[in-house]
Design a protein around this ligand. Sequence first.
Ligand SMILES: [Zn+2]
Length: 142
Amino acid sequence: MNKNCKWCNFKDDYLVIKGYKYWKLSLAESQFLIGWSHAFLKRHVCFFEELTDEELIELKQIVKELKQALKNAFNPDWFNVMQLGNMTPHLHFQLVPRYKDKRTFDGKTFTDDNWGKMIPSRWEPESKEFLVKLRKYIEQYL
Ligand SMILES: [Zn+2]
């Protein structure tokens, strides 16, 4: 536990799709790639190689479950798994569905403008109301 760490002090339970033994799976606040999620470790470590085997196995399970849920929810064409930590070093993974074509949800249209390339550096947080609706929509497929 690090008192200045965003992930150690995570309180935005409305974003949490599912809690696991070692991880939490939550929606990202920015959703220009609809379904963008985070898996963050419940204990404070910084680097990938610090994961125990049990934590790594559970992470694979989370990726598998989320991919299946998103397949039913939005049918992504590809899926990115990234571990960066440049802004918040607590170990977390970006789980990002990618789309060849537009998707719509709750009356909004989402396009993957960088399909086939890196994810652009954009931060466009959605409203809490939208995120709760999206979380419930994804949860029903878990
Ligand atoms: Zn932390």
